[in-house]
Write a protein that binds this ligand. Structure first.
Ligand code: 5RP
Length: 236
């Protein structure tokens, strides 16, 4: 399945393949979104088709749902599952405390709901996602379309009093139109450079009217499976 891969894709693939070992018969599993999570879904699909693995998957986006069905995974909704044994997902950054920035693929809202409804969250990432301080990757904030520019101004104003280096934000675009999430919302990417207090920032951002959720995952991730370009895998 992996063929000839670039080092970065190999790192993603080996992390996903190792994390697939966490999935056991009878589990209900949250399936993340993004290129690393797509490797996981393909690995699990192969095990379902060829190894007889039986589990139910709760996808975190329509993209992942389509792929999961295509590779033969039984897909159910979160409300059907009610509670999950495990979620495996990618990340844009992780720090030493296993706090994360997610949402580079625009699925942070469903991803956070699903991960929070799981006994365990395992992140799969290439080593390039590890950081000392979160924030070099722009922090995605999902906002409702109504009055988004007013929400953006409020968010930027509030950042002045927060422990961050940058304050600019940009509306995520899809070509010449605003990007629209699975929930019909927009995304503001906050260019913060360095987040001094991720927990406090997350709480403050989520209190603002117009904000639906932000991409900081604090105390949600239990373990990170890190892949390297030479095929090594490490567990944090
Ligand atoms: C999607 C996400 C992804 O998990 C994150 O962007 C990592 O993506 P990739 O595995 O493609 O690097 O949070 O909303």
């Amino acid at each position: 399945m992996s063929g000839e891969l670039s080092p970065i894709d190999k790192a993603k693939f080996v992390a996903a393949k190792r994390a697939a070992d966490y999935v056991e018969d009878g589990m209900r599993v949250g399936l993340g979104t993004g290129s690393t999570a797509a490797w996981l879904v393909r690995c699990l699909g192969e095990q379902v088709r060829e190894g007889g693995l039986r589990f139910q998957g709760v996808p975190t986006s329509t993209r992942t749902a389509d792929l999961a069905r295509e590779v033969g995974i039984e897909v159910i909704s979160l409300d059907e599952a009610k509670w999950l044994d495990l979620t495996i997902d990618g990340a844009d950054e992780f720090d030493g405390a296993l706090n994360l920035i997610k949402g580079g693929g625009g699925a942070l809202l469903q991803e956070k709901i699903v991960a929070t409804a799981s006994d365990q969250m395992v992140v799969i990432a290439d080593i390039g996602k590890e950081v000392e301080h979160l924030g070099a990757f722009p922090l995605p904030v999902e906002v409702i379309p109504f009055g988004w520019q007013t929400t953006q101004a409020l968010v930027e104003e509030t950042l002045v009093s927060m422990d961050v280096l940058g304050r600019q934000s940009t509306l995520r675009m899809n070509g010449d139109r605003p990007f629209v999430t699975d929930e019909g919302n927009h995304i503001l990417d906050l260019h913060l450079q360095r987040i001094g207090n991720p927990r406090q920032l997350s709480l403050v951002i989520n209190q603002m009217p117009g904000v639906v959720e932000n991409g900081l995952f604090i105390d949600i991730c239990d373990a990170v499976v890190i892949g390297y370009g030479d095929g090594r895998v490490e567990l944090r």
